[in-house]
Design a protein around this ligand. Structure first.
Ligand code: SF4
Length: 240
């Protein structure tokens, strides 16, 4: 079998690599990955599994390279220029472990390493200190396991006010935690601040809840957030 990568770019368009202990040396320093290049997918969040080729809820959090806005393609993918057929990687010489192992014609090397030695947020921001405390509080108030149960109740009974209030309280806490974190960050543009928040606290609930749980979040003119059980439920634990 021909085991040479054709550099079609398809793997890098479908998903980004989760980072492993071997990748810690690539984070920080001159030319290394910065917090703005990373995103955390939290425990219970739906993510594309490279091996199974489907969306599955995470058993443990993972830190991945960020994708381009509005899709799953890696932010470092260099699409073929006009007239070219091969894609490139802006970080090819210092690409993460999964990128080095992934070959669509032979998935075995990646499958063997896929679930082992993955890093968490603590490997990046430390296990103690104000950011670690904020992460712990956020996880306790905005955990996806609890949110999936509340969403399931709401889909079973749209008038379940306890479920509504629990989800809205999590959404408010998530927004407050992000504001608190952003106040501590040095001067940088809003897009970079949002990216750092997505690394430290995961993607905002206003983004993930509608997509995973089939819940509609709407802000009224007075700033109040309204919730409705309306939409496709992709997360298995949220199905009634
Ligand atoms: S870092 Fe490079 S090789 Fe890895 S997914 Fe991104 S573009 Fe592809």
């Amino acid at each position: 079998m021909d085991l040479v990568c054709d550099r079609c770019g398809e793997c890098c368009r479908r998903s980004t690599p989760a980072l492993h202990q071997e990748d810690l040396a690539l984070i920080g320093g001159d030319g290394g990955f910065d917090l703005v290049h990373l995103v955390t997918f939290r425990r219970g969040e739906l993510v594309h599994d490279q091996i199974r080729g489907e969306l599955v809820p995470l058993e443990q959090e993972v830190v991945k390279l960020r994708s381009l806005p509005g899709g799953w393609a890696c932010m470092f993918l260099l699409e073929p220029e006009s007239g070219e057929v091969t894609a490139g990687c802006a970080r090819y010489q210092a690409r993460p472990l999964e990128c080095r192992l992934l070959l669509c014609k032979d998935p075995e090397p990646l499958a063997a390493a896929y679930d082992t030695g993955r890093i968490t947020r603590h490997d990046i921001v430390g296990a103690e200190g104000p950011i670690a405390e904020l992460i712990a509080a956020h996880e306790a108030r905005c955990g996806y396991k609890d949110l999936a149960q509340w969403a399931r109740r709401l889909h079973a009974d749209a008038t379940d006010t306890a479920a509504q209030e629990a989800i809205l309280a999590a959404v408010r806490f998530d927004a407050g935690a992000r504001s608190m974190l952003l106040e501590r960050l040095p001067a940088m543009d809003d897009a970079d601040k949002a990216a750092v928040a997505a690394c430290c606290l995961g993607r905002p609930l206003t983004e993930t809840i509608p997509a995973m749980f089939g819940l509609e979040l709407r802000k009224s003119a007075d700033g109040a957030i309204h919730l409705a059980a309306r939409g496709v439920i992709h997360h298995p634990a949220a199905r009634p």
